[in-house]
Design a protein around this ligand. Sequence first.
Ligand code: NAD
Ligand code: TYD
Length: 362
Amino acid sequence: MKTYLVTGGAGFIGTNYIHYMLAKYGEKIRIINVDKLTYAGNLENLKDAERLDNYEFVKADICDKEAVDKIFQTYDIDRVVHFAAESHVDRSIKDPEIFAKTNILGTLVLLITARKYWEVSDGEYKEGKKFLHVSTDEVYGSLENDTDFFYETTPYAPHSPYSASKASSDMLVQAYIDTYRFPANITNCSNNYGPYQFPEKLIPLVINNALNGKKLPVYGDGKNIRDWLFVEDHVKGLDAVQEKGRLYEKYNIGGHNEKQNIEIIKIILDTLLEMLPETDARRKNISEKLITYVEDRKGHDRRYAIAPDKIQRDIGWTPETHFEEGIKKTVQWYLENEDWMENVTSGAYQKYYEEMYSTGRR
Ligand code: NAD
Ligand code: TYD
């Protein structure tokens, strides 16, 4: 039985990863989910996993050296899958410091501790130990030319405090590979969408606001382009990198699905109208009249586009979900999980941990 330490497993991608891995491998694996439960971490996402013997939650900050050390001391960790991060560009523009702390120092604490427990002699590690650092395409900066793509060899040119902090963390992982022959991979993924995404990010924000007849804020001219990937395809890619990827390598993961923000918003409005029953009173709210152009994001990157050629060639991974299908699944999930949206927007989900874990029920 392999033991996975998943950091940030109560967030959007971490939650989807844990669900996927438990469904795929069952009791062949054990997952230790370590999460600080910031505003973005919602333990309720993993209610089903909590009854399993091969899943455990540890509330800790990855910057806390002692807490991280204790986890490695307690569990014989085989794989680290590192998601924990501050992840929202707009927040990083307002308050960059926490991004440097969590994303850079937190990653370094994990690297120092994993090496301490895994290295047997200089550059030699216990068999099968692997560290997967989950990063973003935003480290490559902005593409101004429509025919360019991000490759693994594209030089880093981050613009926001978020992407600068992720770029720094990638470089630390690469430094560990180069200096200590540390057994790691780095993946750089494009924008994800799907179930459990916090409604500060474009797609869930638009779904939620449209349903409530609230304005849909479009930054700048709405023509910025992102390469959208269904989250389930991403987590499959992460598993494939660990199982079939070459150790020490870096892989770009992308959806081959470039869309302007304004296109995304219009597709969501159409999808909502298609999926809501004729009798649903909220249909009257849903209209392009809600679209409101607002001041542009500072330093707003124009276009991101991944060339996932290497992961396709080396591992055989390709994005499986067409955007039309992925967005329907996503809208459907948000319509079926209105309580979830209510809880995260009201902050009520933060009580869940107190109720579940402080009363000794676990
Ligand atoms: P998220 O914000 O939804 O979740 C982050 C999780 O990390 C939360 O559960 C939060 O509580 C936890 N966390 C934050 N600070 C912590 C700390 N100091 N110690 C322990 N836990 C902490 O983020 P996400 O969208 O799921 O992204 C996960 C990872 O994937 C991030 O590293 C992000 O950079 C990367 N990524 C995200 C996208 C995307 O589109 N969302 C795309 C590419 C890469
Ligand atoms: P976001 O979901 O924050 O992801 P990222 O900044 O990491 O790419 O934003 C996606 C795009 O949507 C980005 O170009 C900014 C834009 N955007 C809006 O136009 N309005 C919004 O309210 C939000 C949250 C984002």
